[in-house]
Design a binder for this molecule. Structure first.
Ligand SMILES: Cc1cc2nc3c(=O)[nH]c(=O)nc-3n(C[C@H](O)[C@H](O)[C@H](O)COP(=O)(O)OP(=O)(O)OC[C@H]3O[C@@H](n4cnc5c(N)ncnc54)[C@H](O)[C@@H]3O)c2cc1C
Length: 296
């Protein structure tokens, strides 16, 4: 199928974007990398009158460190994240996850901001943003807002973005010497959207407890889903190779079935992923302890 006819503009100023969003309301759509939107237009799931291409807004580009946060402009592509030394140094979880997002051809065009704004429950970036305690910076005609990732993803493809607002950038706290992270997902073929996946983050301590742990799943619910019971265990009981398996069994999420997998299968697969991640986390902790012993 082909998209229905639409008008197209590529503003040079963000104020113009706000004015057009105000004027056209629901009849306007922002287009960034187009890697999701173009498919929905071609399938006529959406027939906007106007496409507003934000690709010429330089203010939405670039990766930088500001204080103790790494800032990623909304127009930064998945490939730029994959290739960035700054990201590798300050938010290594994102560098490791980037190759899991679609294929390189799509990563060359698709943007971080587009993925966050679209909020696909199987997408990697929303889960990473919650796992890293990140922020989404949005702006509209009435000014700028900083929204914590925990409050941004509200429901299926539904975010805290208000009509007329645009995602400007996202920020994540820079990694510290004790930060650790692990990510894994199960996919039918590399580059497909994941069946389930998860990110685990937290601070390593000498006694095996994990400081401020986050265990966040993708593909299990309508939004990035935190496993609160497992987080509580990581905070209160030392993580070892043995307890890793017990913690994974305590997983307290209630995944929804999809077209191909029952809820039971998804829970099983989620536990498989989590067990792997916690094992790797425990290994990393043991390595940190050995390094510490050698330097003592
Ligand atoms: C074959 C295929 C496989 C894929 N696999 C994966 C995958 O494994 N994991 C994954 O996460 N994604 C995957 N994607 C999606 C891809 O990552 C998209 O690039 C991403 O989801 C959307 O980014 P975009 O820049 O292309 O956004 P667009 O398609 O341009 O826009 C998507 C939506 O976000 C809105 N939007 C875009 N930017 C902004 C902004 N700054 N402010 C407000 N609203 C905005 C648009 O209006 C639109 O509603 C896949 C896509 C394809 C085609």
């Amino acid at each position: 199928m082909k998209a229905a006819a639409f008008d197209y503009v590529r503003p040079r100023e963000i104020a113009q974007v706000f004015a057009l969003l105000e004027e056209y309301g629901d009849e306007a759509r922002i287009i960034a990398g187009g890697q999701t939107l173009l498919a929905t237009l071609n399938m006529r799931l959406s027939e906007p009158q106007l496409l507003i291409d934000i690709g010429a807004l330089d203010a939405l580009r670039g990766i930088s460190v500001s204080g103790d946060h790494l800032r990623i402009g909304a127009l930064v592509t998945h490939a730029q994240i994959e290739d960035s030394d700054l990201v590798r140094r300050h938010a290594p979880l994102l560098s490791e996850v980037a190759p899991h997002v679609a294929h390189r051809a799509i990563r060359n065009l698709g943007t971080f901001g587009g993925s966050i704004a679209f909020a696909d429950p199987a997408a990697e970036w929303p889960t990473c943003l919650v796992a890293l305690r990140g922020w989404v910076i949005v702006s509209g005609a009435t000014g700028e807002r900083r929204i914590h990732a925990d409050d941004f993803f509200l429901d299926l493809y539904t975010t805290a973005l208000q009509p007329g607002e645009v995602v400007l950038a996202c920020e994540v706290p820079v990694a510290t010497a004790t930060s650790n992270h692990q990510f894994d997902e199960l996919v039918r073929r590399h580059g497909d959207y994941a069946i389930v996946g998860a990110a685990v983050t937290g601070g390593m301590t000498a006694n095996g407890l994990i400081e401020n742990p986050r265990v966040v799943f993708l593909g299990t619910g309508n939004v990035p889903e935190r496993a609160h019971a497992v987080e509580a265990l990581l905070e209160t009981t030392a993580l070892t190779r043995d307890t890793a398996a017990q913690f994974a069994d305590a997983l307290d999420i209630d995944p929804a079935a999809d077209l191909y997998h029952s809820a039971q299968t998804k829970l099983h697969l989620s536990r498989v992923v989590l067990k792997r991640l916690l094992h790797k986390f425990a290994e990393a902790r043991i390595e940190v302890r050995h390094e510490g012993d050698q330097h003592a």
